[in-house]
Ligand binder design. Structure first.
Ligand code: ZN
Length: 357
């Protein structure tokens, strides 16, 4: 089976399916579907973005026991990195780890079990995860697709990501009073006012020196309208990117507003929910057990610092976790996925799907 998975992964990597390359995204979808001809499917399209849902039973139903979810779009890489290369146990190439090799495993695992299990099982392939998943996974959910449990095949080194941080993008403004730099007492410097506030923010959300499951805050930009040396700036704006833990979901904005001095304005541009799936969820427990049987170190429940399409499901109360093979270098010049781990990943998925009734 590993040869098939590997060949399929390599062909997918050759397709430059970045989000601006609509033709390549369609090609990646078409190529994936070429393996899945005998199954019923629905093709979705929202704002020019295509996605597909392939399932094992005929009929017009929307509720599944399990959905396997994968994305075919990639973070852009350099031209030569779209050529798959095998060195030792590693398969290199753009999207090898994120997540074309995983998608190949999902496809072959689906094919292996689809006709042998008696519950509704689906495979969901989307093409816009890297740009938020709004017209793929989220759109399908808006059309009524639901599942008792979802496995999103992002690479996780055989761990289960059952929680991920939320994203908050804010702009914060303040005003001062302009005047001549030679007479500071006549004016009020907006940058200095903002600076005092930023110090308070830093105390509340200290910059972690190493990986930690805490809410973090990055000041991404600071702006003023002033262009002259001898003028007191009367306007200052900062941009913040906050990654908050699910435990703080309900307080994060309240806490920030409490810190905000009088006259400061806070504008929320993006607020993407965090997600959390209980460790006692029976599907999670089963998956942990099966992973531990096949791997030495896998099966830990971990928190994700980034985001994935899993959050779209958990928002409508469908438990969704990320689970995938051993990998490294996502977004770098040396993205890779471990080849022996693909075979194991396929095996664990198969065992999991066959254990359910
Ligand atoms: Zn991904």
């Amino acid at each position: 089976m590993i040869e098939k998975i590997l060949e399929f992964s390599k062909k997918l990597i050759l397709i430059k399916s970045t989000n601006e390359n609509k033709k390549a995204l369609d090609d990646a979808l078409r190529f994936s579907l070429s393996e899945l001809k005998e199954y019923p499917k629905i093709i979705f399209e929202s704002k020019g973005v295509k996605s597909v849902l392939i399932f094992n039973k005929k009929g017009n139903f929307k509720k599944f026991k399990i959905i396997l979810n994968g994305h075919l779009d990639v973070i852009p890489g350099k031209e030569n990195q779209y050529k798959p290369v095998i060195k030792g146990n590693k398969l290199y190439g753009v999207g090898s780890a994120d997540m074309k090799a995983s998608v190949s495993c999902l496809i072959f695992a689906f094919k292996e079990v689809a006709k042998k299990v008696n519950y509704p099982l689906a495979l969901q392939l989307v093409t816009d995860e890297e740009v938020g998943g709004f017209n793929g996974t989220k759109y399908q959910i808006e059309k009524g697709i639901r599942s008792d449990f979802v496995i999103v095949g992002e690479s996780t080194n055989f761990n289960i990501e059952n929680k991920a941080k939320g994203i908050l993008w804010l702009k914060i403004f303040t005003k001062g009073k302009t005047g001549h730099s030679a007479r500071p007492w006549m004016g009020e410097n907006a940058i200095l006012k903002m600076n005092t506030f930023l110090q308070k923010l830093k105390e509340k959300y200290p910059w972690p020196k190493k990986e930690k499951w805490v809410t973090t805050l990055n000041i991404s930009s600071i702006k003023t309208n002033n262009e002259a040396f001898n003028k007191i700036p009367d306007y200052c704006e900062v941009w913040c990117d906050i990654r908050y833990i699910p435990e703080e979901k309900n307080q994060i904005l309240k806490n920030l507003k409490k810190l905000l001095p009088k006259g400061f304005i806070l504008k929320t541009l993006v607020n993407e929910s965090p997600f959390y799936v209980n460790e006692r969820n029976p599907y999670v427990k089963l998956l942990v057990k099966l992973i531990k049987r096949e791997t030495k170190k896998g099966g830990k429940l971990i928190g994700g610092h980034g985001s994935s399409d899993a959050r779209h499901f958990t928002r409508v109360s469908c438990p969704a976790v990320e689970f995938g093979p051993i990998y490294g270098g996502i977004g770098s010049d040396n993205e890779w996925v471990d080849i022996p781990s693909l075979e194991k990943y396929f095996q664990i998925l198969k065992n999991f799907l066959f254990s359910l009734h």
